[in-house]
Design a protein around this ligand. Structure first.
Ligand code: ATP
Length: 933
C-alpha cells in the first residue's frame, strides 16, 4: 500500500497518448481490469483532491465592488458631492458620499449572493461516473475520481476526467467543448506518435466530452484542474451567468431613461440660471431631479427576482441550467412529456404473462419476490408449461439489471422494466443468478430506443448456443417466423393473434414486452443485428403495470387550467400510451387522439402542424421525430417545453424553448443539452417550475409598477418647483434617502411574493407581451400624480402654516414614504384586491413595513438624522394628513383594480382542483380477485 506522504508522478502533460496501455498502467500504478483498490483510491483522493474545477472568479471582490460605481447616476452623485463641497456644504457632501457607499455596498452584497446562489444551484446537477474498483463496477460522483481509476464509458455518458483508453467498441465522442469540432471523433486504444495534435489523439478522451455512441474503458490520467479543460477554464473563466434577454432589455430601458432625465436636469438648470435664479439653488434642484427620477435599483432587482425564482424552482426539484429559462417557463404553452418515469412512477410489476396460447396472471406487487405465476388458480408448474418457462428465462437472461437488498428493501440497480422481469422469474421459482451461471453470456446487442429490442448470446453446458431477445411487440413479431405452442413445439407464427393479444394487454394500460429465442450454430461467439433476423421463435409476452404518479395527475390537470396543452411523446405501444393518456384525461374532452411514429414519418411537412395540433399522444416515436415535433409546434407559435433522457433526445432538447432533462434516469448528454433538469424526473416538477416562472414574471411587473411612481412623482415635484420658481420641497440628500430606503425595505419585498393563488388559472402570457401593459402604465401615472399633488400640497400648506422649511420638507418626504407604504400593499397583487392576498402571505412584508416605520421615525425625530438630512421633528397632527394621503392612494388604487377586474373582488381566491384518486388497474383488480379466491 502507498504511504501517505507519497505523491503520484504522472509523466509531463500530454504524453499518455504515445505510451502503450501497459506502460500507462505501470506509470499510474493501477490495473487495467480490476482498477484501483478501494483504499488506494481513497488515499489518492486525499493526495490529489477532488476531480472538480476550482471556481473561477474573473472579477475579484474589489473589482465587483468598484463596478457598483460604474453607473451614470453615481457619476452624477459624485459630481454633486464635489459641487456641494465647493459650495462649502461639507456635511451634505459627506452624506451624499455615504449614501453612494452604502448603495454600492448593498448592490455588492445582493449581487454576490445572487451569483453564489446561482452557482451553487448549477453545481447541484452532479455528474456520475462508472468506475471499476477492486474488480467491481460502481457508480460514483465524478468528483471522487482519481488518477489511475478505470472508468467505464457508455453511450450518453460525459467524460468525467482525462482518460487513456484501454478498450473501445464503436466508440464516438463529441469533443466540441474542448476542440470546437462538433463532429464526434472515433476512438481506438492503440498508441499514437508523440507529435499527434490534441484533437487527433484517438486513444484519449478529455474531460467534458460526450459519448455519442459505443462503449469503452479508460484509465484516468488527469483530474480537476490538471485536465485539458481545466487549463482552458483557468484561461477564460466562466461565461457571465446573470444575463438574460429580459435583464438586457431592462438595462437598456433604464439607460435610455437615465439619459433623458439627465437631459431634463441639464435643461432645467440652464433655464433656471438664464431666468436669473441663484446657480447653487439650480444646481441643487438639477441634482435632486436626476437623483430622484433615475430608477437606479431596477436592473439589480430584476436579477435578484430571477435568482429568487431559480432558488424556489430548485426547492421544487427543477434545477435551472440556463437563466433565460426562468422567463420562458412562464410563457410555456405546450409541454411535451415522456410517459415512463415522468407521468408514471417507473415502478414496474409484471401482472400477466401470455405464453403457449395461455394467459397467466402474476400476483404480488413491487420488487419483492412474494407472489406467484398462476395457471388457472394454481401456481404454474413450469415443467408442464415449457413456453412459459422459456419466456421467463429469456426475461431473466436478456437482462442487465440486478436487484440488491439494503436494510430489508430490494433496490434496483439498472432498469425497472428489467427488474420486473427478474422478479417474475423468481415468482415462478427460477433463480436468475443460477441461470446466468448455467448459460453464460458471450455477447450482447444492448437495448436502444431506436432499435427497440435487446439480444444476448449464451452457451449452455452442452455447447448449445442460443440468443435470447426481448423488445417491443411489433419489433419481435416482425423478426419472428415461429412461435412455441403450449407443449413447447415450434410452430409457424400467427402474427395477427400476437398483435391482438398485445393490443388487449396494452388497452389495460400495461407495458408489453415480447420475448424470443434463436438457435445459433455452435461456433457463434459474437452477436450482430443481422444475425438473428428471420431466425426468431416467439416465446410469449410479459405485461407490466406502471402506476401513474399521483402528483403528476394533479399537475396535468393544473396545466389544463393554466391553458397549457400536455402532449405525451413516448416510445411505448400506442395502446398502452392511449390507456395511460386516458387516465390523465389528455386530449380534447379527455379523449386522446393517438398518432404513431409511422404516421408521423408518412406525414408531409405541410400537413404536420394540423396533425400535431389535434394530437395528444405520439406513440412509438423515435427521438429524431421529437425534433420535428418541436419545430412544428414552434412554427405554430407555441412556446414548447420538451422532456428527454437519451443521447438522441439532445437535439430536441436544445431546440425546445425549455429543454427538460431527467436528473435520475437521464444521460449526461441530455442534461448538458437541457435548460432545466428535474431531480425527481416527475412531471409535477415541470408544472411547479411553470408556476414559479409565472410568479417571477408577475413579481417583476409588480416591482416595476411599484418603483416607477416614486421616480416619476419625485421628478414631477422637483420640475414643478423649478417651473413655479418656489422652494424645493425635497432636497437631493432627502431624495437619496427616500429612494434607498423604499427600494430596499419596501420594493425588494415584492421579489419574495409567492405566486398568486390564481397564477395557474390564467392563460399563458405571450413572451412578446411587454412587462408594462397600458393599464399598468395608467396606474403608474395616477399614483405619480397623487404623489405630486399630495407632497407638493402638504409642503405648501406647511409653509403656509408658518412651519420652518425643514419641517415642511420632512412632511413632504414622509408623504412620499407613507404613500409608497400604502402603494406597496396595492402592488402585492396587480389585479386582485389586497384583502384577498392576505398581509402575512409574504413574511417579508411586515418586516419591511416595520423597518420602514423605524427608519422614518429616526429620519424625523433623531437629532443626528436631522443634522445629516436637513429634516426636523414634525407635529403629530401632520401625521394625520400624511397617513390620510396614504389611505387615499391605497383606496384609489383598490377601486381602480376593482373597476378593471371586478370578477376578482367577487370570487374567493380559487384553490387548485384536486384530481380524483388514481383508478385501479384492471389487471390488478384481477390479481386481487384471484388471490381472494
Ligand atoms: P417513454 O419514451 O415514455 O419513456 P418508453 O420508456 O416506453 O417510454 P423506450 O424506452 O424508448 O420508451 O421503449 C420503447 C419500447 O422498447 C418499450 O415500449 C418496450 O417495448 C421496449 N423496451 C423498453 N425497455 C426495454 C429493454 N430494457 N429491453 C428491451 N426492450 C425494451
Amino acid at each position: 500500500m502507498a504511504s501517505p506522504d507519497r505523491t503520484l508522478h504522472p509523466p509531463p502533460r500530454g504524453d499518455h497518448h504515445e505510451l502503450p496501455v501497459h506502460e500507462v498502467v505501470l506509470l499510474l500504478e493501477t490495473d487495467h481490469e480490476r482498477g484501483l483498490g478501494l483504499d488506494e483510491a481513497a488515499l489518492r483522493l486525499e493526495l490529489e483532491g477532488p476531480n472538480a474545477l476550482p471556481p473561477v472568479d474573473r472579477r475579484g471582490p474589489l473589482v465587483r465592488f468598484l463596478v457598483q460605481f460604474h453607473h451614470p447616476l453615481i457619476y452624477v452623485l459624485l459630481a454633486a458631492a464635489v459641487a456641494t463641497l465647493l459650495l462649502g456644504e461639507v456635511v451634505d457632501a459627506g452624506v451624499i458620499l455615504a449614501v453612494v457607499l452604502i448603495n454600492a455596498g448593498i448592490g455588492f452584497v445582493q449581487e454576490t449572493r445572487a451569483e453564489q446562489a446561482l452557482n451553487a444551484l448549477m453545481a447541484m446537477v452532479r455528474t456520475q461516473a462508472t468506475v471499476v474498483r477492486d474488480g467491481v463496477r460502481r457508480r460514483i460522483t465524478s468528483e471522487d475520481l482519481v488518477p489511475g481509476d478505470l472508468v467505464v464509458l457508455e453511450t450518453g455518458d460525459r467524460v468525467p476526467a482525462d482518460l487513456r483508453f484501454v478498450t473501445a467498441h464503436e466508440l464516438q465522442i463529441d469533443e466540441s467543448a474542448l476542440t470546437g469540432e462538433s463532429v464526434p471523433v472515433e476512438k481506438v486504444p492503440m498508441a499514437l506518435p508523440a507529435e499527434t495534435a490534441l484533437a487527433d489523439r484517438a486513444n484519449m478522451a478529455y474531460s467534458g466530452g460526450l459519448v455519442t455512441r459505443g462503449r469503452g474503458h479508460g484509465i484516468v490520467v488527469a483530474t480537476g484542474a490538471d485536465t485539458e479543460i481545466g487549463r482552458i477554464h483557468r484561461l477564460v473563466g466562466e461565461a457571465e451567468v446573470l444575463q438574460t434577454p429580459l435583464t438586457r432589455k431592462i438595462g437598456r430601458f433604464s439607460r435610455v431613461l437615465t439619459v433623458i432625465i439627465l437631459g431634463l436636469a441639464a435643461l432645467a438648470f440652464a433655464l433656471g440660471t438664464v431666468r436669473g435664479e441663484p446657480v447653487d439653488e439650480m444646481l441643487t434642484a438639477a441634482v435632486a431631479l436626476a437623483v430622484g427620477a433615475i430608477p437606479e435599483g431596477l436592473p439589480a432587482v430584476v436579477t435578484i427576482t430571477l435568482a429568487i425564482g431559480v432558488a424556489r424552482m430548485a426547492r421544487r426539484r427543477a434545477i435551472i441550467r440556463r437563466l433565460p429559462a426562468v422567463e420562458t417557463l412562464g410563457s410555456t404553452t405546450v409541454i411535451c412529456t415522456d410517459k415512463t418515469g415522468t407521468l408514471t412512477a417507473n415502478a414496474m410489476t409484471v401482472t400477466t404473462i401470455v405464453a403457449g396460447g395461455r394467459s397467466h396472471p402474476v400476483t404480488g406487487t413491487g420488487y419483492a419476490s412474494e407472489g406467484q405465476v398462476l395457471d388457472d388458480d394454481d401456481p404454474a408448474d413450469l415443467a408442464r408449461h415449457p413456453a412459459l418457462r422459456e419466456c421467463l428465462v429469456a426475461g431473466a437472461l436478456c437482462n442487465d439489471t440486478h436487484l440488491t437488498e439494503t436494510a430489508g428493501r430490494r433496490e434496483v440497480a439498472g432498469d425497472p422494466t428489467e427488474a420486473a422481469l427478474l422478479v417474475a422469474a423468481e415468482k415462478a421459482g427460477l433463480d436468475p443468478d443460477q441461470l446466468r451461471r448455467r448459460l453464460p453470456r458471450l455477447d450482447a446487442v444492448p437495448f436502444d430506443s431506436e432499435r427497440r429490442y435487446m439480444a444476448t448470446l449464451h452457451r449452455d453446458e452442452s455447447g448449445r448456443v442460443v440468443v435470447y431477445i426481448k423488445g417491443a411487440v411489433e419489433r419481435l413479431l416482425d423478426m419472428a417466423t415461429h412461435e412455441l405452442d403450449r407443449d413447447g413445439t415450434v410452430t409457424a407464427i400467427d402474427t395477427d393473434a400476437g398483435h391482438a393479444r398485445a393490443d388487449e394487454l396494452a388497452g389495460r394500460a400495461l407495458r408489453v414486452l415480447a420475448f424470443g429465442r434463436a438457435e445459433m450454430p455452435a461456433s457463434t461467439t459474437a452477436l450482430t443485428e443481422g444475425l438473428i433476423d428471420g431466425r426468431v421463435t416467439l416465446l410469449g409476452l410479459q405485461a407490466m403495470f406502471d402506476p401513474p404518479r399521483p402528483e403528476a395527475l394533479t399537475a396535468v390537470s393544473a396545466c389544463r387550467d393554466a391553458g397549457i396543452e400536455v402532449k405525451m411523446i413516448t416510445g411505448d405501444h400506442a395502446g398502452t400510451a392511449r390507456a395511460i393518456a386516458e387516465r390523465f384525461a389528455l386530449g380534447h374532452g379527455g379523449v386522446p387522439t393517438v398518432v404513431t411514429g409511422t404516421d408521423l414519418a408518412a406525414c408531409p411537412d405541410e400537413d404536420l402542424p394540423e396533425l400535431v395540433a389535434g394530437t395528444a399522444v405520439f406513440a412509438r416515436v423515435s427521438p429524431e421525430q421529437k425534433l420535428r415535433l418541436v419545430r412544428s409546434l414552434q412554427a405554430a407559435g407555441h412556446v414548447v417545453a420538451m422532456t428527454g433522457d437519451g443521447v438522441n433526445d439532445a437535439p430536441a432538447l436544445r431546440r425546445a424553448d425549455i429543454g427538460v432533462a431527467m436528473g435520475e434516469g437521464g444521460t449526461e448528454v441530455a442534461k448538458e443539452a437541457a435548460d432545466m433538469v428535474l431531480t425527481d424526473d416527475d412531471f409535477a416538477s415541470i408544472e411547479a417550475a411553470v408556476e414559479e416562472g409565472r410568479g417571477v414574471f408577475d413579481n417583476l411587473r409588480k416591482f416595476i409598477t411599484f418603483i416607477l411612481p416614486t421616480s416619476i412623482g419625485q421628478g414631477l415635484v422637483i420640475l414643478a418647483a423649478i417651473a413655479l420658481a418656489t422652494t424645493l420641497p425635497i432636497l437631493p440628500v432627502q431624495v437619496l434617502w427616500v429612494n434607498m430606503t423604499t427600494a430596499v425595505a419596501l420594493g425588494l419585498v415584492l421579489a419574495f411574493e409567492p405566486p398568486e393563488a390564481d397564477v395557474m388559472r390564467r392563460p399563458p402570457v405571450p413572451s412578446s407581451r411587454p412587462l408594462l401593459t397600458r393599464s399598468l402604465a395608467g396606474r403608474i401615472a395616477l399614483v405619480s400624480a397623487l404623489m405630486l399633488f399630495g407632497a407638493f400640497g402638504l409642503f405648501e400648506w406647511a409653509l403656509g402654516q408658518d412651519e420652518p422649511v425643514a419641517v415642511a420638507r420632512t412632511v413632504a418626504v414622509n408623504v412620499f414614504v407613507v404613500v409608497q407604504v400604502a402603494y406597496l400593499l396595492n402592488c402585492r397583487s396587480l389585479e386582485r384586491p389586497m384583502w384577498r392576498v392576505g398581509l402575512f402571505s409574504n413574511r417579508w412584508v411586515p418586516a419591511g413595513l416595520t423597518a420602514m416605520l423605524g427608519l422614518q421615525l429616526l429620519f424625523t425625530y433623531a437629532p443626528w438624522m436631522n443634522d445629516l438630512f436637513h429634516s426636523a421633528p414634525i407635529h403629530p397632527a401632520w401625521w394625520l394628513g400624511i397617513t390620510g394621503l396614504g389611505v387615499v392612494v391605497f383606496t384609489v388604487v383598490e377601486v381602480e383594480k376593482w373597476l378593471r377586474h371586478p370578477r376578482h373582488a367577487r370570487r374567493a381566491a380559487p384553490t387548485r382542483p384536486r384530481r380524483p384518486p388514481t383508478p385501479v388497474d384492471p389487471g390488478r383488480r384481477h390479481d386481487r380477485r384471484t388471490r381472494a379466491r
